[in-house]
Design a protein around this ligand. Sequence first.
Ligand SMILES: O=C(O)CCC(=O)C(=O)O
Length: 246
Amino acid sequence: MLATLMPTTYSNTIEALQTEGFALLPDLLRPEETAALLDGIEAAPATGPSFRRSQDLFAIRQVVSEIPALGSVLAKSALPRLLSALFPAGSRLVKSIYFDKPPHSNWLVAWHQDLMINVDRKANLPGFGPWTSKPEGVAVLPPPAVLDDIVTIRLHLDDCDADNGALKVVPGSHRAGVLLAAELPAYTKESVTCAVPAGGAMLMKPLLLHASSRSTSGRSRRVLHLEFSSVELPGGVQWREQQELI
Ligand SMILES: O=C(O)CCC(=O)C(=O)O
């Protein structure tokens, strides 16, 4: 059988995700799917509490609920097959954000791990906390097993490299658990920059140390950041944005 006709198993991707904390899939989306996602974003009204626009950043929170056309494009792409490989027992979308780092943007993101999950309400749950309450809703640091289950899939809608704010990561840092600020410099000397072409995906674990730099180029860096989990939260607490994508 020709290699191109063999089913994609994503076994190398899953192994890289477990050992390195991230994996790159340069051609997850077809060009017409990337174009359809951009069309959906451009057609959105861009007003309301989920939309934030400044000279250096255009972000849309809960973007898949704000722009339902995106979910239809994603459901017909290779994403469902990738999700079945990552989560054989099923998963749901628990967070979605669109980020545009426009040309020459000064927006940079310092080294951090993604520790908080968005939930619908506060509750007295063993192992959960601290809790935060912001205008957009409640978030909490969950127990390690909840974070370990999450996979973030960043779909790149533009070619992205060091010049237009690609993500920098520290391979393997997700295995160190939750790190203190004072511990970060010892890790960040070993960082790599994740260049991803338009239509490609970067997969990462929430505990992977990551950061991004200012853009020094005239190119946009548009990304759909999607987080998936198979975990049912305890005590009747729900993921705030939970949504079946497929
Ligand atoms: O997209 C970026 O440049 C950074 C985003 C990020 O660090 C995050 O979502 O946690």
